[in-house]
Design a binder for this molecule. Structure first.
Ligand SMILES: Cc1cn([C@H]2C[C@H](O)[C@@H](COP(=O)(O)OP(=O)(O)OP(=O)(O)O)O2)c(=O)[nH]c1=O
Length: 194
């Protein structure tokens, strides 16, 4: 199976679940389309990543799995921060409130008899959602957290699994691993149905 992801968390979760994955990240434009809602966005991006890896690398009948994670609050999508100022603005918005973390997962496969793999089988996709509530954060706390470097490669500018990120969280409702980037239990259940 191909895992079209460079995310160390996704790679570890798939390997720990017993999948011998080939890592072939797909670089796609993550900008939303005009008027696109956050859940359609993660679904589309996951399937674009899967289709890109499938067309470039997959063998006939090989399965490709890809995912995309965003944070959404106030109808706004928070992806990865571009700099410290952007990270600060994201964490200020999340402070003392509940937001949703959404991960789109897309599983694509080539037809067995396809002469070239073009992604001709329709992909399976789903969007997992987890609600996360933050404590009230002071500016000093936010800046100290950003200085650790932990927020910079993560949607919403935090990592719930990190030493600093876990200190921000009052509670969650839903799958923890979805927040980390891959709802592994649901992924494995879907893969078993293939
Ligand atoms: C909210 C949150 C996000 N994240 C991460 C998960 C994702 O890796 C990242 C969101 O970026 P993504 O664009 O979903 O993924 P990626 O660029 O890391 O990897 P790829 O596109 O190659 O699959 O944020 C955490 O690790 N912990 C958290 O608590």
């Amino acid at each position: 199976m191909i895992l079209a992801s460079q995310s160390p968390r996704r790679i570890e979760l798939m390997r720990e679940a017993g999948y011998d994955v080939r890592i072939l990240p797909a670089d796609v434009n993550e900008a939303p389309l005009p008027g696109e809602d956050p859940f359609s966005l993660v679904d589309r991006l996951a399937c674009t990543k899967a289709a890109t890896a499938l067309r470039a690398h997959a063998e006939p009948s090989e399965v490709v799995l890809a995912a995309d994670t965003i944070v959404t609050i106030d109808g706004i999508v928070l992806g990865k921060p571009v700099d410290a100022e952007d990270a600060h603005a994201m964490l200020r918005r999340l402070s003392g409130r509940t937001h949703t973390v959404a991960t789109g997962v897309c599983i694509a496969q080539c037809a067995e008899d396809a002469p070239r793999c073009l992604g001709d089988e329709p992909p399976i996709s789903f969007v997992a959602k987890t609600s996360v509530t933050f404590y009230e954060l002071s500016d000093e706390e936010i800046d100290a957290y950003i200085a650790t470097g932990e927020p910079m490669d993560k949607a919403g500018a935090y990592g719930i699994q990190g030493a600093g990120g876990r200190m921000l969280v009052r509670g969650i409702e839903g799958d923890f691993y979805n927040v980390v980037g891959l709802p592994i239990a649901e992924v494995v259940r879907r893969l078993r149905t293939l």
